[in-house]
Design a protein around this ligand. Structure first.
Ligand code: NAP
Ligand code: MG
Length: 483
């Protein structure tokens, strides 16, 4: 069914919005009759033009004064904040997180641009004496060139922001390929960047299929680096392409994040952390707490309170002010979530609380949060990334067993512990084999000014965000000078 009344969006290439031959409808997961727009399905020809435009723009942009780049990023940040209500509504409509969650994400995107506006002016180098008399050595950072940016659907504006802002701040040019499910937020961001005075070709947007133009972008001879957030399988392919081309690749992939509820935890805090970490944003966060590891002594008390609170969460339309949990992003993801839940139901030892479809007043993908007890640590639901509102609960005999379970995963993005013991908090901080650790906080919800990223199969390459972002988005040069 094609809704020809929905607005049509093209690609942004070399500073021009170009109409496309083919479009894909962007449909709200809260209401399948709500068509947000028709978005360009770019082909290889358009991708080539975008890369060429970015290549042409690079020499000049890389040599602009850092003040010019800082000013652009600062204007983008201010504009995102002044348009925040409209951007949040658009984001909630297309991705399904609640309006409040979407507002938080939009604000975060603005804060990221603001942070990197400052970073553009803060890029320092070293100057030292050579071991050879009369010679000096400088070590400084330069941009990489054209950066290919490939982003997932679950943070439609924040992830493009945290990749594009540092890329631009340090003098790179960008070709952004957002996820096909959420092109509207990316197009809105592109419009803001363009309208706030970004020179033509410095930032380019191509929407379309990952398998076609995502893959072609990752392999394109005209790019100098790729930063990707998404699934592990696609990430591995991008790393392989990067290795063949000997190009820097940065990957942020999946997670199977543990939250330990220690026997000395404040259980109100623990329940609040588990509810937020497991179910907010419909559990569709790479940092979601999908394994809740509870020590034996508090198991019954914690799990009773956790599942009661989970079953009371109001599931519904993302824009309904009473909604606490929005819809699952699309029919495909809903099938995946239900597959894990049904697999658990079929298991004799498992108890599944919730996990049923919710009838809404609109045709949306509404799923009640699921709390699943009794499965082993090796069951698929406790092992693989579900990426939905599904939490597996595991019982730990003691603290050491809890830590062992937490680390027993191929992933290593983030882990959390709820405890009132400073010694245990400090011990877990050391022993957790993850890039990030949370104490008495949900595993999801991070700051924009400090490094973000994981270990093991969760991440590859330098960390994102904060000052450390420069480690990916710049390259070092060492110069020896005899005056
Ligand atoms: P995905 O299927 O891997 O897609 C991510 C992006 O890659 C999309 O833009 C996609 O385009 C594109 N793509 C698909 N196939 C490609 C290919 N062969 N070559 C190049 N690009 C390709 O992931 P998703 O379904 O959007 O997002 C969910 C995943 O992202 C989860 O695994 C989650 O853990 C991960 N994630 C990780 C983080 C983190 O920071 N660690 C944050 C958020 C999400 P299409 O949309 O057109 O397919
Ligand atoms: Mg996908």
């Amino acid at each position: 069914m094609t809704d020809t009344s929905a607005p049509e969006f093209g690609t942004l290439i070399g500073g021009e919005w170009r109409s496309a031959a083919e479009h894909r409808e962007n449909i709200s997961p809260s209401d399948r009759s709500d068509v947000i727009g028709r978005f360009a399905i770019a082909g290889i020809g358009e991708l080539d033009l975008a890369v060429e435009a970015a290549r042409e723009a690079f020499p000049r942009w890389s040599r602009t004064s850092p003040a010019v780049r800082a000013d652009l990023l600062e204007r983008v940040a201010a504009r995102i904040l002044s348009d925040a209500d409209a951007l949040a509504e658009l984001l909630a409509r297309e991705e399904g997180k609640t309006r409040n969650e979407a507002r938080g994400e939009v604000t975060r995107a603005a804060h990221i641009f603001r942070f990197f506006a400052g970073e553009a002016l803060r890029l320092t180098g070293d100057h030292q004496d050579s071991v050879r008399p009369g010679v000096t050595v400088t070590v400084h950072r330069e941009p990489l060139g054209v950066v290919g940016v490939i982003t997932p659907w679950n943070f439609p504006i924040a992830i493009p922001a945290w990749k594009c802002a540092p890329a631009l701040a340090y003098g790179n040019t960008v070709v952004l390929k957002p996820a096909a499910l959420v092109p509207a937020s990316a197009a809105a961001l592109a419009r803001i960047i363009e309208e706030e005075g970004c020179p033509p070709g410095v930032f380019n947007l191509v929407t379309g299929s990952g398998a076609l133009i995502g893959d072609a972008l990752a392999r394109h001879e005209g790019i100098d680096a790729v930063t990707f957030t998404g699934s592990e399988s696609v990430g591995v392919g991008i790393a392989q392409a990067g290795a063949t081309a000997l190009r820097p690749v940065q990957l942020e992939l999946g997670g199977k994040n543990a939250l330990i509820v220690s026997d000395d935890a404040d259980l109100d805090i623990a329940v609040a952390c588990a509810i937020d970490g497991a179910f907010f944003a419909t559990g569709q966060r790479c940092t979601a707490s999908s394994r809740i590891i509870v020590m034996d002594a508090v198991y019954e008390r914690f799990v009773t309170a956790f599942r009661e609170r989970a079953l009371r969460l109001r599931v519904g339309h993302a824009l309904d002010p009473d909604t606490e949990i929005g819809p699952v992003v699309d029919a495909g993801q809903l099938r995946i979530d239900l597959g894990y839940i049904d697999g658990a139901r079929a298991h004799a030892d498992a108890i599944v609380h919730g996990g049923d479809l919710v009838e809404g007043s609109t045709a949306g993908h509404f799923l009640r949060p699921a709390v699943v007890e009794g499965l082993s640590a090796s069951a698929p639901l406790n092992r693989e990334e579900v990426f939905g509102p599904v939490a597996g609960v595991l019982r730990a005999e003691d603290y050491d067993h809890a830590v062992e379970l937490a680390n027993d995963t191929p992933y290593g993005l983030v882990a959390g512990i709820c405890t009132t013991s400073l010694a245990r908090a400090a011990d877990f901080q050391r022993r957790s084999d993850t890039g990030m650790v949370m104490v008495n906080l949900p595993t999801a919800g991070v700051d924009p000014h400090v490094p973000f990223g994981g270990r093991k199969r969760s991440s590859h390459g330098p960390k994102e965000q904060g000052t450390h972002a420069r480690e990916f988005f710049t390259q070092l040069k060492t110069a020896y000078v005899r005056p």
